[in-house]
Structure formats: structure tokens, C-alpha cells
Ligand binder design. Structure first.
Ligand SMILES: [Zn+2]
Length: 432
């Protein structure tokens, strides 16, 4: 048995209390073996956690990781114009090599930010899966199926690609990669495709993930065409099973919140993306009060523009209070839960927990920064003051992905150079 002890730090327990304790990780099983005082002598190797808080790894519930290539390429536009004028023309020029380079850049950024698991919808997902296997995170991956603007046969081919990926990659990377069937949204995939492919996805026993109720403009055409709210339409298509998860859920009415609570489908809240595209404010406190499982996601880097769950937690707390018109809404403990167990439950991946037998998916946050002093309340600091750059070590499945801010599974310089070259060439092709 190969063991690693994180020593001298404080731990964030599952009930969000903080204690001084060492953590012993069994690197063969990828699980926490023991928590308690003075565990250094019991371990093959130690890792310093003094003046630091050991927390569960953060889980990014909705992302398009390769979109790091388009970070800062197009800003300050509403969703429709941003997609049709800038993002889709650039994405039309993507190559599998570019997607892999963009994914590696995003994974590097997420490891640095203490993220140990994420859900991702994009194209050339086998290349994203390769990058995830090397980088060492956990992921729920799926090919983004789009039928709008395509002949029916071409749309079916796209859906077949989505099914094939979900079938072939579920359980890859020693089980760290799980898959989902991922139709892009209710307005970009036709009713016929949903009717044919939702049952096929159910046969594979994978979750379904899609964007839903992101903007008001997306709600109106569904109501006009189908005579019901989007989530009633989604339920009629068989889309709201307990393992399914929706990104955004901004424009949901009371009946839809009830529907989510009844069906047990989850919502991944993406506050930064929603604010940047002026999509609206998701009713996170109301969703939680109704018993809906809510996770937290960054969405793609082009609409955020970073992949830090600590930033996202702060944004969720801030905008959640505005949405509820209540300073007590979406409190610090709530957003810490959203960024860890909430997201993990929403996307169906194991969450790191500071207790024996739990997966050793951990982030170690350096508490010595001026912005984290004094330490009245470390949950408050995680929610409101800590930044990605405060993360010292990241561990996933018992494996050290970053030690003392050095990422061990990816060559940071090489990743940055390749991503820069691919991003530059991509934009040149798109603008040619
Ligand atoms: Zn998205």
C-alpha cells in the first residue's frame, strides 16, 4: 500500500466545521484511509498542509473546456449575437488537435484552481477524454448534439456520434471518465431527434445533459410551438429523469421548479456566464428551498472568462442574494456545498469528503494571503475571499495532480504554447 499524509493543516468536514487534523490517503484505492492527529509516521510520503485548509476538490458541473481557445475573443454581447456572430463561425474551424490543446489548457487551469471533477459538452470528445486521462481529473463527458441548420440525416448522424461516444468511453481512464448523452438544448435539437434518441440513451443507462431555460428568448419559441413551458416539454420528451442535469435554469417558473423537485432532475447554476451574457438571475434559493439538487458550473471560458469554482461560488452568493432580494439567501455554506457535493451529485460523480473511506479528491488552500486574514470563518473565506491562486495542492483519486502550485500531470509551458498556437491559427481561419 502506498500512502500519503497531508500534515499540519486544517480540514473542512462534511458538516462544514473546521478542525486541525492530518489526512492519510491510500493511493492505491484512491480513498482516504484515516483522519486524525500525527499521521506522518504512518505514511510512505508526506505533503505539507500547514497554514492551509484541506477541502473536498471542487466540481465544475457544466463546462466546454476546449473553449479556453476563445477566451477573450468575443465579449460584451447577448447570447444570440455572441453565438451567431463570433462563437459559431470560430467553432466551425475547430480541428481535433485544436480541441485537445484547448482542453489541456482548461484542465491545467482547473487543476490549478483545485477542481477535481467536471462535466463537459463539446465536439471531438475522444480528444478531450485523452486529455482528461493524462491530466488525472474525473469527468462526465458527452458530445454536444445539434440538429438546427442540418438535414434530418445529418442530424441523426450527429446524434449517433453522441451515442457512440457515450457507449465507448463510459468507464474509461480507470473509471474516472463517465459519459452522458448531451443534446445541446431544447431549441437547437429537433423534437424528432429527441423522440428517436432519448430512448436509445436510456438503453445505455447514461444521464442526459442539456442547456435549458438559459435566456427569455429561448422560452418564448417553445411556448409558441408546443403550448407548454420548456421543462414541461422536456418532461414530455422523457428528459427529466433523476440522473439528468440541466445547465442554467435561469428562466424557470413555479410550475417548472415543482417539476424539477418532483422528477429529481438537477440544475447546474452558471452565474458568471449568466451575468456576462445578461441572460438573467437563476432563482437558486427558491430552487434549493423546493428541494432541487443544484450544482455550480463555469460554462465555457469564452463567457466567464475563467474556470475557477471559487470565483463562481462568490458570484453565486452575490447574484443569489440579488435574485432573492435577500442578503441571507445563497449563504456562504450554501455556495461551498454547491461547488463540491452539489455539483458532484448533479453530474453523478463521486465527491471528495474529509472522512475515512471517501474518495481522496482534495484541494489544499493556502491561508497565508493578506486577503484571507484574519481567519474568523474559513467557510466564509472559501465563499467570498479565496482565489484559484490560493490553491497549493490538488489531489484526485489519491493521485497528486499539483504539488506546491506545480502541476505534475501536464507540462504547463508546453500546454500554454500549444494552446496559444492553436488559438491563433483558429481565429485566423475564422476571419479569413
Ligand atoms: Zn454551456
Amino acid at each position: 500500500m502506498s500512502t500519503l499524509a497531508l500534515t499540519g493543516g486544517r480540514i473542512l468536514r462534511p458538516d462544514l466545521t473546521v478542525d486541525r487534523a492530518d489526512v492519510l490517503v491510500d493511493q492505491e484505492t484512491g480513498k482516504i484511509a484515516e483522519i486524525g492527529p500525527d499521521l506522518a509516521d504512518a505514511a510512505d510520503e508526506t505533503m505539507d498542509a500547514t497554514n492551509s485548509l484541506i477541502t473536498p476538490g471542487f466540481v465544475n458541473g457544466h463546462c466546454h473546456v476546449a473553449m479556453t481557445l476563445l477566451r477573450g475573443y468575443a465579449d460584451d454581447k447577448p447570447l444570440d449575437a455572441w453565438l451567431s456572430e463570433d462563437i459559431w463561425p470560430a467553432e466551425a474551424e475547430l480541428t481535433p488537435e485544436a480541441i485537445e490543446a484547448g482542453a489541456e489548457l482548461g484542465l491545467l487551469e482547473m487543476i490549478r484552481a483545485g477542481t477535481t471533477g467536471f462535466a463537459d459538452m463539446y465536439f471531438s470528445m475522444e480528444r478531450v477524454a485523452d486529455a482528461v486521462e493524462r491530466a488525472g481529473l474525473r469527468a462526465r463527458l458527452g458530445h454536444g448534439v445539434i440538429s438546427v441548420g442540418k438535414e434530418h440525416e445529418a442530424a441523426r448522424e450527429d446524434a449517433e456520434t453522441g451515442l457512440a461516444f457515450a457507449r465507448e468511453y463510459d468507464g474509461a481512464a480507470e473509471g474516472r471518465i463517465r459519459t452522458a448523452f448531451m443534446p445541446h438544448s431544447l431549441t437547437t435539437v429537433s423534437t424528432e431527434i429527441y423522440e428517436e434518441y432519448v430512448p436509445k440513451a436510456r438503453e445505455l443507462d447514461v444521464p442526459i445533459h442539456l442547456h435549458a431555460n438559459e435566456t427569455a428568448d429561448e422560452v418564448t419559441p417553445i411556448v409558441d410551438e408546443h403550448g407548454v413551458r420548456p421543462l414541461a416539454y422536456a418532461r414530455d420528451l422523457g428528459l427529466l429523469e433523476p440522473q439528468d442535469f440541466l445547465a442554467h435554469g435561469v428562466h424557470v417558473d413555479e410550475t417548472e421548479i415543482e417539476l424539477l423537485a418532483e422528477t429529481d432532475a438537477s440544475v447546474v447554476h452558471c452565474p458568471a456566464s449568466n451575468m456576462k451574457l445578461a441572460s438573467g438571475m437563476a432563482p437558486v434559493q427558491t430552487l434549493r428551498d423546493a428541494g432541487v439538487t443544484v450544482g455550480l458550473g463555469t460554462d465555457g471560458a469564452a463567457s466567464n472568462n475563467d474556470l475557477s469554482l471559487l470565483d463562481e461560488a462568490r458570484d453565486a452568493a452575490m447574484v443569489g442574494k440579488l435574485a432573492a432580494d435577500d442578503a441571507a439567501a445563497v449563504a456562504a455554506d450554501t455556495v461551498v456545498e454547491l461547488a463540491t457535493t452539489g455539483s458532484a451529485e448533479a453530474i453523478g460523480l463521486p465527491a471528495g469528503r474529509l472522512e475515512p473511506g471517501a474518495p481522496a479528491d482534495l484541494a489544499v488552500v493556502d491561508l497565508t494571503g493578506a486577503h484571507l486574514t484574519p481567519a474568523h470563518d474559513l467557510v466564509s473565506h472559501l465563499a467570498y475571499a479565496a482565489a484559484a491562486s490560493d490553491v497549493r495542492h490538488t489531489i484526485c483519486d489519491g493521485r497528486v495532480l499539483m504539488r506546491d502550485r506545480e502541476v505534475l500531470t501536464l507540462d504547463a509551458n508546453d500546454v500554454r504554447e500549444r494552446a496559444t498556437a492553436e488559438a491563433t491559427a483558429l481565429v485566423e481561419r475564422a476571419e479569413a
